[in-house]
Design a protein around this ligand. Structure first.
Ligand SMILES: C=CC1=C(C)c2cc3[nH]c(cc4nc(cc5[nH]c(cc1n2)c(C)c5CCC(=O)O)C(CCC(=O)O)=C4C)c(C)c3C=C
Ligand SMILES: [Fe+2]
Length: 343
């Protein structure tokens, strides 16, 4: 029998340093997130970052935490429940980090008689620190615990027309009545090094956009390219002039060069350029989370208004938008019917 495993990033069990620490430990000890030799990762993560970050992160989590739990987890659960209503197949949810594991998700499906799984990493764009680590972890769990299972992966859907349409419609709805000077597409950042590492040709990506117009297999695994492509296509669907939009990258750690421009620098720059009414869209995330609700909706607003900005609007992620649920249901039902996958 066929079944579906939806996977997102995951959250700590509670917004306390005690629970945030093991979550960050699992997350940052992932070799696809902090991609240095194991001994050095140990020093950086356990010797440096985990000494101070759990307390700081827990405070941030406290500001956005819901009665039911972490917004990312609660929204993902609600989304999963809604997809279930549209399909006859078993659907389970797993998280790459934290206690709602991928292994438990696969077990839930196995218990319902599933032996053929469609794995859906809930990331529109490919990055080795998001999409790839989900696929690798799922295959490791399969080899170790569910060797009889067949797993097919739904690829990053950044240029899928149905996804782009629901995203654009939901943005258009949120923008109604908001008189913006500028729209910022803020994506989660990654170290520039990861772009080079993920380039199978080893020479295509220049990290300045000059490479994006030349067709290449590198685009299939280039996070930066896919972020700009999502932006270009959404902007076209919304009919917004190109000089009214720009792209930036948020949530960097204080090491290495990360993708630029940095979102927080843009919040300080825009008001000085007369862009005083700003809408911010976060299309690297399908569900609102710490990075959108705290860093963008709260911190971002403060940075922008302190720099002289006037009106500020964070556009919510797709979350449980019924059209988004319908698109996901179509994708999984088509796969169940004839094995086809969205392009
Ligand atoms: C869009 C997908 C994501 C990519 C790519 C990504 C890369 C990446 N992240 C970190 C470090 C942290 N990220 C944190 C939170 C976080 N990251 C994503 C998504 C991507 N990360 C989400 C959805 C969240 C929110 C989780 C939630 O519970 O709401 C955190 C934890 C919070 C904090 O302490 O800031 C860290 C740390 C790195 C290093 C990285 C690429 C190398
Ligand atoms: Fe992250």
């Amino acid at each position: 029998m066929k079944g579906v495993l939806l996977v997102n990033l995951g959250s700590p069990d509670s917004p306390t340093p005690k629970d945030v620490k093991p979550y960050l430990d699992e997350f940052l000890m992932d070799e696809r997130v902090i991609d240095v030799p194991n001994w050095l990762r140990n020093i950086i993560v356990r010797g440096i970052i985990l000494r101070t970050r759990p307390k700081k992160s827990a405070e941030a989590y406290k500001k956005i935490w819901w009665e039911e739990g972490s917004p990312l987890v609660v929204i993902s659960e609600r989304f999963t429940d809604k997809v279930k209503e549209h399909t006859k197949m078993p659907v389970a949810l797993g998280m790459r980090y934290g206690s709602m594991t991928i292994k438990n998700g696969l077990q839930e499906l196995k218990d319902k008689g599933v032996d053929e799984v469609l794995l859906v990493p809930l990331y529109p764009q490919y990055a080795m620190s998001s999409f790839e680590t989900v696929v690798v972890k799922t295959m490791e769990e399969k080899e170790q615990h569910f060797p009889e299972m067949k797993i097919t992966t739904l690829q990053a859907f950044y240029k899928n027309e149905d996804y782009l349409k629901v995203l654009s419609n939901s943005i258009a709805k949120s923008l109604e009545g908001f008189n913006y000077d500028h729209i910022l597409f803020s994506y989660h950042g990654i170290p520039e090094r990861h772009i080079k590492k993920s380039d199978p040709t080893k020479f295509h990506c220049k990290i300045d956009g000059s490479c994006c117009a030349t067709n290449s297999v590198a685009h299939n695994t280039c996070y930066r390219h896919q972020c700009y492509e999502t932006t270009k296509r959404v902007t076209a669907l919304l009919g917004i002039p190109e000089d009214k939009i720009s792209v930036s990258f948020q949530s960097r750690l204080p090491n290495d060069p990360w993708l630029k421009p940095y979102t927080d620098f843009e919040f300080e720059r825009f008001p000085k350029e007369g862009k005083k009414n700003l809408a911010v869209i976060t299309p690297a995330f399908v569900a609102d989370c710490l990075e959108t609700l705290e860093e963008i909706a709260m911190e971002g607003k403060e940075q922008f208004t302190e720099a002289g900005g006037v009106e500020y609007k964070h556009i919510p992620c797709l979350n449980t938008d019924e059209n988004w649920v319908a698109v996901m249901a179509d994708w999984v039902n088509n796969w169940e019917k004839d094995g086809s996958l969205p392009s």
